[in-house]
Each structure stands twice: as structure tokens, then as C-alpha cells.
Design a protein around this ligand. Structure first.
Ligand SMILES: C[S@@+](CC[C@H](N)C(=O)[O-])C[C@H]1O[C@@H](n2cnc3c(N)ncnc32)[C@H](O)[C@@H]1O
Length: 381
């Protein structure tokens, strides 16, 4: 039992979840920063330890690890997640230098010149209005000339959000749905204004992160890799028995029936030239497999019940948990003997059956010799 863990309200409903670089880019199923922050505190992790997030998404755990003086490593199969995580964990740019670069961009927008760098995409005008295509093309050309890769990343992350917001995709959706013709008439975004707003907002977040990191005597490191942890965690990325703490939130199901990280990231990744494959197919549960027994009673019973109602759905469920298990087998190898693994999940229903994801994760780790400490629950009304 971890001291005081049960007395806390793990919903953190009234807290600011957008401090520091957490203000950057939105991301589907983003973790609440207070969760890793408090887990690190409760476990009493010391400066210089190693935190690993195998499905790091937008890097929430990584930022919190750095703030606690931990060296952090993240992996994800989504190239946009890698880009955002790298930008959010960067704390070595002088804020004045960054501010000067932003002001140079503002000047550029007053009289933007140059050849727009426009992507070769078949249905580009379906997703963007012609004037928006031109402005984004000019912006991408401008960013491609920024020499410092850290500053370039900072700009690319703001550009990615700008591209999403100025596209014809409906607001508030993670999947790609186009506005109706009626709504499109009212949708007249100015990519340059959106970009400036994002840059200045992110600069504020960066400054507070930078200043907080200056207070640390130990300067932790950060590495983010593009990797599919279901296949393997290459040793040159993370050695066996080297990680003190894993804090992560894995996908809750396959991309097709739950969160489509690939679709969410597609348009901006294409513009930024970082997408060359189908992220959703490569995600957990993306490939169908044959039924199997997981030797985890509650999971096996749950899938059996789904199968009785809807066989096709049960195959999707098998594939997802098979991948999650493989990934946990790989994650287990890199954690030290006295290390911890903390998985943040939500249980979901398939065909009306509640699947015990949290118990399955415990079971998969137990098969790797881990001991379950406790499950903390947060209830939302
Ligand atoms: C719930 S999100 C993580 C959100 C993150 N905690 C945050 O705060 O932004 C799950 C992530 O798992 C990634 N993912 C899915 N399958 C993966 C795999 N096989 N290997 C590595 N990452 C994977 C997805 O791309 C997604 O970014």
C-alpha cells in the first residue's frame, strides 16, 4: 500500500491541467499532469532516476518527470506524438532567443513573400480552402528555414495545431469529419493569426517551464523515440533493468473502435512531412488475430461474453489485448527489480460487456514476475 494514496481525489477536477509546456498542442486522451506528478511524489522518486513512458503521446508524464528531476524516455508509434513530446520536454532554449524568433515571424506575416511549400495530396482542397492552403504553404516554407532544430520543433508544434484549426475538419472531433457545406461558408480561418496566437501562448508556457527547470540543481535529460513497443524496445534505446519508474496511459482499445490517433494527426503530419504510414493500422489491435486464452480469468470471461453476442467484435478485442500483453512483456524487461509500473486506464464496454483492462494489466505484469501494489480509482459523475 502506498502511503496516503487512497486519501487523494484522483480526478483533479478543479486543477489547472495546462501549466508549463502542458499548454502546447492538444492530444486525444491526454493524461492529467497531476496524476504523474502525484505518483512521483507518493513513490518518493529521487532526482537522477529514470522515468519511461512507452506510449508517451503528447509527453505529459515526461514533462512531469523532468520537473521532478528525473531523466525521461518516451516512445510512441505516432510521429506527431514524438514531435510534440520533444518540443514539450525541451528546456534549453533561451526564452529571449525564442521570443526574437517569434517576433521575426510576426514581421514576416505582415508582408509574407516566397513560394508556398504545398504538399502533394490528392484531396487537399477538400480539407483546406485555397487561401488557407497558400498561407499554410508560406508558413511551412518559413519554418523549414529555421536553423536551430529546437526552435524549429517549437514552431512545428504550433503549426500543427494551426493546420488542424484552419482545416475544414469539424472542431471538437478527433476523427476526420468535414464541416457541412453550410458550416463551411461561415468557416474563414486566418492561419497566420491562429499561428501567432499559439506561438505567444506557448512561449508563456515555455518561460514558466524554463524558469522552473532553472531551479533544479540536477539537470535531467530527455529522449523521445519513434518505436512500436509491441514489437520490441530496442536495447540501444533503453537497456534491460535500467528504468526506475514507468508512468503511462496506453490506448484503451484499437484505433478503429476507440481513439484514432492516426486520423487525429494525419493532416498536420502530412504538411510537416513526418507521416509516411498508417498509424492507426500499426497501433495496438490494428491487426486481426485468432482467438486465444490469456490466462487472466476475468479478461478471458469478458471476451467470451463478447463473443457470444458479437463474434467479430470479440476478434477485435483479442487483437488489442494480445498486443497490450506483448508490449507489457517488453516493458517489463526494461524495469529494474525494485522499479514500479503505473498504468492509467479506463475500462470500456464492448457489446455491452465491461472489459477489465485494469485487471488485465495487473495479470500481464504478474506473468512477468511483478507484484501488484494497488489500484487507485477516480470516479466522475
Ligand atoms: C492514451 S495515448 C497517450 C496519451 C499521453 N499519456 C498524453 O498525455 O498525451 C496512447 C498513445 O499510445 C500510442 N500507441 C499506440 N500503440 C502503440 C504501440 N504499439 N507502441 C507505442 N505507442 C503506441 C498512441 O499513438 C498514443 O499516442
Amino acid at each position: 500500500m502506498i502511503k496516503n494514496s487512497k486519501e487523494m481525489d484522483w480526478t483533479f477536477l478543479k486543477e489547472n491541467t495546462r501549466e508549463f509546456t502542458h499548454i502546447y498542442h492538444d492530444y486525444p486522451a491526454r493524461m492529467i499532469p497531476q496524476i504523474p506528478r502525484n505518483i512521483i511524489k507518493l513513490l518518493g522518486e529521487k532526482e537522477g532516476g529514470v522515468l519511461f513512458d512507452p506510449y508517451c503521446g503528447s509527453g505529459t508524464s515526461l514533462v512531469e518527470g523532468l520537473l521532478a528531476g528525473l531523466n525521461v524516455i518516451g516512445t510512441d508509434i505516432n510521429p506527431l506524438a514524438k514531435l510534440i513530446s520533444e518540443a514539450k520536454t525541451e528546456y534549453t532554449i533561451n526564452p529571449n532567443e525564442l521570443s526574437n524568433e517569434i517576433h521575426r515571424f510576426v514581421e514576416f506575416t505582415m508582408n509574407p513573400k516566397g513560394t508556398p511549400k504545398i504538399i502533394d495530396k490528392e484531396n487537399l482542397e477538400f480539407w483546406f480552402k485555397p487561401n488557407v492552403i497558400k498561407s499554410i504553404g508560406l508558413m511551412i516554407r518559413y519554418i523549414s528555414k529555421i536553423k536551430d532544430p529546437r526552435i524549429k520543433n517549437f514552431f512545428e508544434v504550433a503549426a500543427s495545431e494551426t493546420i488542424r484549426e484552419s482545416s475544414n475538419t469539424r472542431k471538437g472531433e478527433f476523427k476526420l469529419y468535414r464541416y457541412s457545406e453550410e458550416d463551411l461558408k461561415k468557416h474563414n480561418p486566418d492561419p497566420f493569426s491562429i499561428m501567432k496566437e499559439k506561438l505567444f501562448r506557448n512561449l508563456k508556457g515555455y518561460e514558466s517551464f524554463y524558469n522552473r527547470m532553472l531551479e533544479l540543481t540536477y539537470k535531467p535529460t530527455s529522449k523521445v523515440y519513434f518505436a512500436n513497443t509491441v514489437n520490441e524496445i530496442p536495447k540501444d534505446m533503453i537497456g534491460e533493468n535500467t528504468v526506475d519508474l514507468v508512468i503511462t496511459s496506453p490506448p484503451y482499445g484499437d484505433s478503429h473502435t476507440t481513439v484514432a490517433y492516426g486520423q487525429y494527426s494525419k493532416l498536420s503530419s502530412e504538411w510537416l512531412g513526418i507521416l509516411s504510414y498508417n498509424v492507426d493500422k500499426a497501433s495496438m489491435g490494428g491487426k486481426k488475430i485468432e482467438p486465444m486464452n490469456f490466462e487472466c480469468d476475468e479478461l478471458d470471461n469478458g471476451i467470451k461474453q463478447v463473443d457470444e453476442i458479437n463474434h467479430k467484435r470479440s476478434l477485435e478485442v483479442y487483437s488489442f489485448y494480445a498486443d497490450l500483453r506483448k508490449s507489457i512483456n517488453n516493458v517489463s524487461k526494461v524495469i529494474k527489480n525494485e522499479g514500479y509500473a503505473c498504468y492509467v486506464v479506463a475500462n470500456r464496454k464492448v457489446a455491452g460487456i465491461l472489459l477489465p483492462t485494469e485487471k488485465s494489466i495487473v495479470c500481464f505484469f504478474e506473468h512477468n514476475g511483478f507484484k501488484h501494489l494497488e489500484t487507485l480509482r477516480a470516479f466522475f459523475q
